[in-house]
Each structure stands twice: as C-alpha cells, then as structure tokens.
Design a protein around this ligand. Sequence first.
Ligand code: DTR
Ligand code: ZN
Ligand code: ZN
Length: 331
Amino acid sequence: MALFIAAALLPGCTARPATPPAPPGDTFRAQLVEQVTADGAWVHIEALQSIADATGGNRASPGPGYDASVDHVAGVLREAGFDTTTPVFTLRSDDRRPITLRNVVAQTRTGDPERVVVAGAHLDSVPDGPGINDNASGVAALLEVATRMGGSPPTTNAVRFAFWAAEERNLDGSAAYVESLSRSERRAIILYLNADMAASPNAGYFVQGGFGDEADETGPEGSEVVGRTLVEELAATGATAETAAFDDESDHDAFIEAGIPTGGVFSGADNAKTDAQAARWGGRAGVDFDPCYHSACDRAEGIDRRVLDDFTDALAGTVARFATATDPLAH
Ligand code: DTR
Ligand code: ZN
Ligand code: ZN
C-alpha cells in the first residue's frame, strides 16, 4: 500500500499539493501497466529509425527528419483520440532568418483540465545521428502509454503528452512552451514527468525528483512525490533505481524554473558504469551507459528492449497513479 503524502505548499503562491498517487493496486494503474509492452513501444522506435534513414541519417530540428517525426507522432496521437496540436515557436538563434519549429502537444478529452499531468520527451536528435536511444526511446515509451490509455480515459485529471523540439539546441522547445503558458495554465499543471533516454545499451536506472541537497537539485516542493513514485514503479518491474539530482540538462528544466513539481527518468549517457552499478543492474563496468551517445551508431539495433519495457511500465504506472489521484486541489 502506497503512503499518501500530505499536500505541500509552494512559497509565494496558493497551495499546490504534492498529489498523492493512487495505491499500486488501483485498477486503472494495474490495467495500464499490463497493457503497455516493449513491442508496442518498438513500433515507434522502428518508425523513427526509418524516418532518420530516409532523411539523411538524423532527426535534428530544424530539418526534414524532425518534421517527419512531428508528423508521425501527431498522427499517432490523433488516431488514438487525443486533442492534438503542434504549437509553433521561433528558435532563439543568432541567424538573421527566424526559424520556426513545432512541438507536439496532445491532451486527453477527459479528466479535469484544471488538474493536468504533463509527461514529455524530446523528439529531436543531434545532427550526428538518428537519436534512437536519445530520445526516440523516451518518445516511444510515452507514445505506448498514450495509445494504450487512449484519448478519453476514465481519469480524474487530464493527461497531456508533450514532444519537444530543439532539446539538443538549448532546450528551446520546452522553454518556449512553458513561456507561452499563462499563469493560470501553469498553475493547472500538477506535475511534469520527463523521459530523456530510456533504453541505453549498457543501461542504468536513474530517477530525478526530490533528490539532492540544494533546491536546484531536488526541484520544487512536490517533486519528491514524483521521484518516489517513479522509484516505486521501477521497483515493481524488478529494477532498483538510483536517485539523482536534477541538472539543467533536459526539458525538466523549464518546468522546475516555473515552480512545477517535476520528476524524470534517465538510462545513462556518456559516463562509465561503475562496478557497483554493474553488480546492481548487470551490464559492463567501465563502459559508458551509451557508447553511441550523440553518434551515428545511436540506432534501433542498440536499444535494450528489456530496459525499454521496464521504463515503459514505470512511466505507465506513474502517469496512471497521478492521473487518478483525487485529493482536493486548493488554488
Ligand atoms: N540532455 C540529454 C542527456 C542528459 C544528460 N544528463 C541528463 C540527465 C537527465 C536526462 C538527460 C540527461 C541529451 O539529450 O543529450
Ligand atoms: Zn542528446
Ligand atoms: Zn536527450
């Protein structure tokens, strides 16, 4: 039985509770975790790999591979019944010619739109490769959760899935999106969940949200509930998570800056796995979590499907628990 966490107050504004997740035995959560599969996520990995292969080997934004990735993801979400938009923003750039890019934002038609669970992943790659572990893996995991949940689930709260442009260019897509929100739209977001790299070939299971000593490491109050829920949901797959401090290196940053409770998962990039980590998770000590990080070899063949399965389950369980939380939201 999960512990229910008392509401937390953010300094300087009205109450934003740390939403207590539903118990792990909750039917909606159990069904969603049961329904999502690595095979389902794999369909999107293959689609994004094919897009990169057809567009010069990458999905960098701006670029044709990114545009095709947006069209794929938006099409999947529309087909699944979500209210789907592709809001445009102008890239911060030194160039004289302004560059416009699209994020993808898809929301359930059910659930309270004043209580929104937002889950996001960046959809762009670096120019040097197809960006499959970084970050077709996070995209695929969330698309699998979204499509199994469908656009009209029986949840208390609305759920919004977001796929960001230009993470690899200063986190511009998520930053522009959060900047575009009104004060009341920001206050309606009860938490943000980030998935950036979820199937590294020599994977770790890292969770951010509420861990660390400084405020910029833990995230805003309430983030510890998100982080703890992710750890619990990974444990339910059999994976022991390692907790990590937030840095400013992914799309969680804009949400943290906006004071929104935030959590994230990460399977490791260009750091070597330690002996202790290899003992805990398997894999090879002394070898990078992802030897193909930001390289042309970051392809579908390198994906660890078991790790993708674990993270997809954990994201499904976490989204479901917060989407069905019924504690009163004081504004
Ligand atoms: N910014 C990511 C890689 C990355 C580095 N540290 C973290 C921590 C949490 C998530 C992701 C990352 C990239 O897209 O390259
Ligand atoms: Zn990257
Ligand atoms: Zn990334």
